[in-house]
Ligand binder design. Structure first.
Ligand SMILES: *[C@@H]1O[C@H](CO)[C@@H](O)[C@H](O)[C@H]1NC(C)=O
Ligand SMILES: *[C@@H]1O[C@H](CO)[C@@H](O)[C@H](O)[C@H]1NC(C)=O
Ligand SMILES: *[C@@H]1O[C@H](CO)[C@@H](O)[C@H](O)[C@H]1NC(C)=O
Ligand SMILES: *[C@@H]1O[C@H](CO)[C@@H](O)[C@H](O)[C@H]1NC(C)=O
Ligand SMILES: *[C@@H]1O[C@H](CO)[C@@H](O)[C@H](O)[C@H]1NC(C)=O
Ligand SMILES: *[C@@H]1O[C@H](CO)[C@@H](O)[C@H](O)[C@H]1NC(C)=O
Ligand SMILES: *[C@@H]1O[C@H](CO)[C@@H](O)[C@H](O)[C@H]1NC(C)=O
Ligand SMILES: *[C@@H]1O[C@H](CO)[C@@H](O)[C@H](O)[C@H]1NC(C)=O
Length: 600
């Protein structure tokens, strides 16, 4: 025992530094049991103190490890994608067309065989509650038509919507927009800026997109065919689909506060436009300036608020489709929380009904949607189709009720890195009286003159207006020439009680000169000027960082160890050296140690 202690002492003396600094060795080196005990107790106390201190550090590290920083205008801003949707899904001017009514009659039998039980007035039902109930039933028919047929002809078209477009003073056109179809808005169009020129505009300002848009909100006099609408042969729902006050649009958009105008979604190119919540509503007859103040968020995933780092999972959604599911175009989007929720809701529907909902974004071709009716069943639906629709309505309500719960469940799929655009809007009445004639002559007349949509030369397939004699542009804009009674009787003659027949060549002849026929108010109700710009070419940055950098962590740990135990990097090595020498001596035979021991 004594010999061993002297070995330790010898080793310790060789590593002279330690003997000076290290309390641990006092335990061995001190003569007298009392002093040794004192050092032992002191060492144990220091060890406990150090452990508690380190535990506190770890706790602090895990609890408050995130430090956030907001840096103003510190990074290059990127002009986002902008998706424009009309609150009224159907074109108000085209819905008046006889060809559309013929399509409803010939292809759908005016919906007379659909939901026959539900469209009858029940005994003792008040007129008001019958009308409310009917509204829901007729909306289902619109949905069936949207899913099964091809409503692109009757909905808004980028070419006629866009009267003028400039991006950073460069002209842009419908070619810079792409179609995305949704059951609420029917046809929306996404502007995707050329990435090369997307940040700054002229003179060092932020990039800017300026548009004059035709919102097609004309709901004017329906007297021209009111007789036809009040005849009994039209069908209860059919009447509501085409009736005067743009009824299709009322059925689909009834509950929205802003019902004439546009919704502008502002989103990243990689996300589905309607998955994001940033949008601005723009009213017709106004000029709206939308300023974007982008902020790049870079969050840190913590146990209390987890988020997903890139790469982010993707999901394919149908962007647009043509009739009877023949040409479905999908696109991959980065999956956000709401996409996980949609996916879970769609799977609730699929596991219960064997089909998917059209009311949510979907990834399948339209024939897999519950509301799909094959063309041969459009006039008379089969029981199978009606059963799927009932099943959908039941389970969709169920899925909708679960959305809050699902959002919580998928909260951790929130992205760590995302950009908020923080739009800010300002509107004023527009256009002024003096500008109406100019808009008509410079923006609308050229469209009519050069319009080819619906004519054989546009090379597209049209399912509703395939037999048009005039361009879509002509049909959408000529309604403004016949509001004035004098103009009406000049251009059109009473062909029957149903329709006026207007002389298109006569209208074309007088197009430029007929601006006196136009009512400023009703044209203004169909126009909107929208300007979307980055407030500055630079974006703000909100960044979360680990509150502790490794250097800080190291010095805190080092400080703690130094304070309580006197351990530093150098003394650790000295300690190692001490153990090395100790081991060598113990192994190096008893002779050496004995001789030293005798000296002791
Ligand atoms: C619009 O599309 C054309 C090509 O069709 C392209 O040359 C132009 O740069 C695009 N404009 C913008 C603003 O992206
Ligand atoms: C619907 O079409 C049929 C013939 O296809 C015709 O007899 C009937 O009058 C049309 N009904 C309406 C309301 O146009
Ligand atoms: C619908 O999609 C499936 C694959 O998801 C495909 O096999 C089928 O041919 C598609 N149907 C039509 C009509 O395109
Ligand atoms: C849908 O497309 C098919 C094939 O192109 C065509 O035969 C059919 O008539 C179209 N349906 C309608 C309603 O136009
Ligand atoms: C188109 O014009 C032809 C004759 O030029 C006429 O027979 C036909 O009825 C017209 N169609 C429509 C939809 O006006
Ligand atoms: C057109 O016909 C309706 C109904 O027959 C009639 O009331 C109206 O006065 C006629 N309008 C013109 C301009 O002839
Ligand atoms: C339409 O107007 C033109 C030019 O005034 C005239 O030549 C033509 O006969 C008119 N057509 C009809 C059907 O009234
Ligand atoms: C329209 O007005 C211009 C000038 O005022 C005239 O030259 C032109 O012939 C007119 N066009 C028609 C179709 O009346």
């Amino acid at each position: 025992m004594r010999a061993r202690l002297s070995t330790v002492t010898g080793a310790a003396q060789e590593v002279a530094g330690i003997t000076r600094t290290h309390g641990l060795l006092h335990i061995f080196l001190s003569r007298g049991t009392a002093r040794r005990l004192f050092w032992l107790l002191l060492f144990v106390a220091a060890l406990i103190g150090c452990t508690v201190h380190l535990a506190k550090l770890v706790q602090k590290f895990t609890e408050h490890s995130v430090e956030s920083q907001l840096k103003l205008r510190s990074e290059r801003a990127q002009f986002p994608d902008v998706t424009i949707c009309n609150f009224k899904p159907a074109s108000a001017s085209l819905k008046r067309s006889k060809l559309y009514h013929d399509y409803l009659n010939e292809s759908w039998g005016n919906f007379d065989n659909w939901f026959q039980e539900d469209t009858k007035k029940r005994p003792h039902e008040s007129a008001e509650s019958y009308e409310n109930r009917l509204e829901k039933v007729c909306k289902k028919l619109l949905d069936v038509m949207w899913v099964s047929g091809d409503t692109r002809d009757i909905s808004h078209l980028d070419e006629t919507m866009l009267l003028s477009c400039r991006y950073n003073s460069e002209p842009c056109s419908h070619k810079n927009f792409s179609l995305v179809q949704t059951s609420r808005f029917w046809s929306c169009y996404t502007f995707h800026p050329d990435p090369g020129q997307s940040s700054s505009g002229s003179g060092g300002r932020g990039a800017e997109l300026n548009m004059v848009l035709f919102t097609d909100g004309y709901t004017g006099a329906s007297v021209h065919y009111s007789e036809f609408l009040h005849s009994d042969s039209v069908g209860v729902c059919n009447k509501r689909l085409i009736l005067g006050q743009a009824a299709t649009n009322t059925l689909l958009g009834g509950s929205d506060p802003q019902s004439t105008g546009l919704r502008v979604f502002i989103h990243a190119a990689s996300s589905y436009p309607m998955s994001q919540t940033e949008f601005v509503d723009v009213a017709s007859a106004s000029s709206t300036s939308i300023k974007l103040r982008p902020i790049h968020n870079r969050l840190k995933s913590t146990p209390s608020r987890r988020c997903s780092e890139p790469p982010i999972e993707t999901i394919n959604y149908v962007r647009h489709f043509s009739n009877a599911s023949l040409n479905v175009v999908t696109k991959a989007y980065s999956k956000s929380v709401s996409d996980f929720v949609v996916e879970a809701q769609q799977s609730i529907l699929h596991s219960n009904c064997g089909c998917y909902s059209h009311l949510l974004p979907f990834s399948v071709n339209t024939s897999d949607l519950c509301y799909f009716a094959p063309p041969q069943e459009w006039i008379t639906p089969s029981d199978a189709v009606l059963k799927r629709i009932d099943c959908h309505d039941h389970w969709f309500q169920h899925a909708k009720r679960k959305s809050e719960e699902l959002t919580k469940e998928f909260q951790h799929r929130m992205w760590c890195q995302f950009t908020q655009q923080r739009p800010w809007q300002q509107s004023r009445g527009w256009p002024p009286f003096s500008a109406v004639q100019e808009i008509w002559e410079n923006l609308m007349v050229p469209q009519v003159r050069h319009g080819v949509e619906f004519l054989p030369e546009d090379g597209k397939e049209h399912h509703i207006f395939r037999n048009m004699n005039q361009s879509r542009q002509f049909y959408q804009f000529n309604v403004f020439l016949t509001q004035d009674d004098n103009c009406l009787s000049f251009f059109c003659r009473n062909s029957s009680i149903k329709y006026y027949e207007c002389n298109s060549s006569l209208m074309l002849q007088h197009l430029e000169n007929a601006s006196y026929c136009i009512y400023q108010k009703s044209l203004a109700r169909s126009l909107a000027s929208v300007s979307i710009s980055l407030q500055s070419p630079a974006a703000d940055v909100y960044e979360e960082k680990a509150g502790y950098h490794w250097t800080e962590t190291l010095s805190e740990v080092g400080g703690t160890l130094g304070l309580w135990l006197g351990i530093s990097v150098v003394s650790t090595f000295e300690l190692l050296e001490f153990f090395y020498i100790l081991a060598k001596r113990c192994r190096g035979g008893t002779t050496g140690s004995e001789s030293e021991g005798s000296r002791d």
